[in-house]
Design a protein around this ligand. Structure first.
Ligand SMILES: [Ca+2]
Length: 192
């Protein structure tokens, strides 16, 4: 079986998709933000984060901006907490890579831990992120690699889509314990 693993990191091409049997399909973003999603202030639009090509090929198009469309934005880290990732990512545009795992055809992202079950291979781990809980635009939860880096020189707060770390809130049905109110959740991506 085969697998597409969505990897939210870019360090250098040499260490992307760097574990055994993991092959880089594509990676982007040295020159521009590459992770796309919906705008943080919009109530509509897409909620998933996508890994955009930086070599877009258009077919038919209408130049200028039309109203009756969806819209794609770049994604910016809003990680004001130091130490959650290797470098300060705050306001940097997010990068991504897609890796092909040849032999491990099952994939799962587990929020709340950075360890995989016995017999599974840990592809990467880090912190769970999503949009801000008070912003009108909902987003999916994604696992951001601990070694994630932003686009170099992109720390200019243009917003767009955003990524924040995720706290557990024990006031509304989250089981505490084992969860602890206010702690930021880890995550891991495992394959088998
Ligand atoms: Ca906290």
């Amino acid at each position: 079986m085969t697998l597409l693993a969505f990897i939210f990191l870019l360090d250098s091409h040499s260490i992307l998709c760097n574990i055994a049997d993991q092959y880089l399909m594509f990676s982007f973003g040295f020159l521009e933000g590459s992770m796309g999603s919906g705008y943080y202030g919009h109530t509509g639009g897409g909620t998933n984060y996508v890994c955009l090509t930086n070599n877009p090929i258009y077919d038919k198009y209408q130049s200028g901006w039309q109203v009756r469309t969806g819209a794609m934005y770049g994604t910016e880290y809003e990680t004001s907490f130091p130490g959650f990732t290797r470098d300060s990512l705050d306001n940097h545009e997010a990068l991504c890579a897609v890796c092909y795992v040849r032999s491990r055809g099952s994939q799962v992202m587990i929020p709340g831990t950075n360890k995989c079950p016995s017999g599974w291979t840990r592809e990467y781990y880090g912190y769970l992120m999503t949009s801000h809980y008070t912003h009108p635009h909902p987003s999916e939860f994604v696992c951001v690699d601990l070694d994630a880096e932003g686009v170099p020189g992109s720390q200019n707060s243009t917003n767009g889509a955003m990524l924040y770390v995720v706290q557990g809130d024990c006031r509304h049905a989250l089981p505490c314990k084992p969860y602890i109110h206010g702690y930021e959740l880890t995550c891991v991506v495992c394959t088998k």
